[in-house]
Design a protein around this ligand. Structure first.
Ligand SMILES: [Zn+2]
Length: 170
């Protein structure tokens, strides 16, 4: 086992442990919110301060659990604007550099892609901007020609205009 494998394994293990700890904290916190509220609603205990303190403490546990959990934290990192409710689609653009053993084919023209663009799309259901459910995700590769022809950037559009409008001297 090479040192980098060991580091990867350690990372994977710590991810799982953090996730476990996160879910435990969320679960404990959730119980700590639900149980005192139910008890209070049933009229057990006359002092509302005690359940209130427990609920506050439990909410802190939930927040800590979410923060510690790598998967949930990644979701929070991907959050959209607070007003996003329902289905929302995001596309990430990444540059594909030439690499040996690349097997991607351009979705537009079908040629083997050596250099170009990789678009990863993700359609998610969002509540207040936080993705709670992933409907679909996938990746599409585009060759250099299709990637630049598809979405003309400001620069290339300006270049094209310059080319089509011949300069006239007055
Ligand atoms: Zn293409």
């Amino acid at each position: 086992m090479s040192p980098s494998d060991t580091v990867e394994l350690a990372d994977a293990v710590s991810d799982v442990l953090y996730a476990l700890a996160g879910w435990l904290l969320v679960g404990l916190g959730g119980l700590g919110v639900v149980v005192p509220v139910l008890a209070f609603l049933r009229g057990a205990g006359s002092n509302p301060l005690v359940p209130a303190v427990i609920v506050l403490f439990s909410l802190c546990l939930v927040a800590l659990g979410v923060f510690v959990n790598p998967r949930l934290r990644r979701r929070l990192d991907r959050r959209r604007s607070l007003g996003t409710f329902g289905r929302s689609r995001v596309v990430e653009h990444r540059v594909l550099r030439s690499e040996p053993h690349r097997t991607d084919r351009c979705v537009d023209c079908g040629t083997q892609v050596s250099e170009g663009e990789l678009r990863r799309y993700r359609e998610e259901f969002c509540l207040a901007g936080v993705p709670v459910y992933t409907h679909s995700e996938g990746r599409n590769a585009y060759c250099l020609d299709c990637a630049t022809a598809d979405v003309p950037s400001e620069e290339t559009a300006a270049d094209r205009r310059e080319r089509t409008e011949p300069l006239t001297e007055s």
